[in-house]
Design a protein around this ligand. Structure first.
Ligand code: TRP
Ligand code: SF4
Length: 405
């Protein structure tokens, strides 16, 4: 992906409110957010409407789960001064954009999203033959597009949803970004950049259109990003003119896939609430010890002097996440020669997990005891998010000709 100077890229990500988070969330998602919040303008939100798409029969837990999750976000160090934290349903503009996008989204695009059939299979006990469930990736597209997010940190399984958001944005721009005198307006806008830059823009545009040179396209985009004096309308025209015949009202987002340490669960499968193999971020130290001490090891090590193979042991996967190279060689050496016992081996993990959790647990208690502080943080985040969402929606209404004031 190109890096465009001068303009902070906007990152948006959401999480369903599942209640208290576990170490898998921390190592898979939150540590990534912690880094991103200092590098980008970040919007992080609780996707409570998304929870309804599968849990519409039990909406009662959503609000308690939302607060528990927000406490965990804050406790790990997501900083409300660096990132905007908000709750989806408190920014109802997402719903209006979702509605408008639903008018122009072909049904087949949604039916073909692989998670649609997969999840229905997986969650057989629920009736997911609903309108809301089919539309959930489109709601996600609205979540993203309403902030004109450039980058969306997601797991592998969500990349198809970002693809859908890109296609929807492209279709929207194609349908509603066309103006009768578009080319003329774009040429006029290019001249407003001054002789030198106007000429450079035209050359880069010609190069991209004639030869498909993506470098020229990226350079031209960077050039536009650097222009301070263009109106929003002119910017959109010039971005759109680079590639075709319409304004870019809703920019296409990119997935931000960051390879992360794979956090195993206590049984060696992926850590997940539905597998019952989790350690929660705020788990009491005694429970952490108990869980780790009793977790399975290489079944070949029945007795203390049976040698083992770390690759066949879930504890080894924890060492991948938590241990230094020195400790890891100590494990390999000791395990394969029956030189160490499994409890000894696990002790390193117990200490590392407890050390990691201690400050988080402490901060979580502080936030839990001051829930008004958490509420205020979210109220503020919602307001800031709403300002951005309103601005986009106003452009969208204009593009559709739906402004009555
Ligand atoms: N669908 C995501 C999940 O289930 C959550 C989500 C909703 C999201 N809207 C989003 C993630 C927008 C990124 C961007 O995990
Ligand atoms: Fe697993 Fe460590 Fe025991 Fe080897 S020594 S089986 S790696 S717990």
């Amino acid at each position: 992906m190109s890096v465009i100077p001068n303009q902070p890229q906007r990152v948006l990500s959401g999480m369903r409110p599942t209640g208290r988070l576990h170490l898998g969330h921390y190592h898979g998602v939150l540590k990534n957010w912690l880094r991103l919040q200092h590098e980008y303008s970040c919007f992080f939100f609780v996707a409570d409407w998304h929870a309804l798409t599968t849990d519409y029969e039990n909406p009662r837990d959503i609000s308690a789960n939302t607060w528990e999750m927000l406490i965990d976000w804050l406790a790990v160090g997501i900083n409300p001064n660096a990132a905007k934290l908000f709750i989806q349903s408190q920014v109802p503009e997402h719903a209006e954009l979702h509605l408008l996008l639903s008018m122009m989204t072909p049904l087949g695009w949604l039916e073909r999203v692989p998670t649609y059939k997969d999840q229905q299979e997986k969650l057989k006990e629920k009736d997911l033959a609903t309108y809301g469930f089919l539309g959930y990736p489109l709601l996600q597209a609205a979540d993203i597009l309403i902030y004109k997010a450039t980058s969306v940190p997601v797991g592998e399984d969500q990349v198809v949803h970002i693809e859908l958001a890109r296609e929807v944005a492209r279709r929207f721009n194609h349908l509603y970004g066309r103006e009768p005198d578009f080319a003329e307006k774009a040429e006029t806008a290019a001249r407003k950049m001054g002789k030198k830059y106007g000429k450079l823009y035209s050359e880069l545009r010609r190069k991209f259109q004639e030869t498909g040179d993506h470098e020229a396209l990226e350079t031209a985009r960077a050039l536009l990003e650097g222009q301070q004096n263009l109106t929003l309308g002119d910017r959109e025209r010039l971005f759109g003119y680079l590639e075709g015949v319409s304004r870019v009202i809703l920019p296409e987002p990119h997935p931000l896939l960051t390879p992360m340490a794979k956090m195993p669960g206590l049984d060696g499968q992926k850590m997940s609430k539905s597998y019952g193999n989790t350690i929660s971020l705020r788990e009491e130290p005694e429970a952490v010890q108990q869980k780790l001490k009793t977790m399975p090891t290489d079944p070949a090590r029945v007795r203390r002097n049976d040698p083992g193979t770390p690759e066949k042991c879930p504890v080894w996967q924890f060492h991948q996440v938590y241990s230094s190279d020195d400790v890891k060689s100590w494990v390999v050496q000791g395990c394969t020669s029956a030189g160490i016992g499994c409890l000894e081996c696990k002790q390193h993990i117990i200490e590392a997990v407890l050390a990691e959790q201690a400050p988080i647990r402490e901060r979580a208690v502080e936030f839990a005891n001051d829930i008004n502080l958490v509420r205020n943080i979210v109220v503020e985040g919602c307001e800031e998010a709403r300002d951005v969402a309103r601005a986009t929606l106003s452009e969208v209404r204009h593009a559709l000709g739906l402004q009555f004031k």
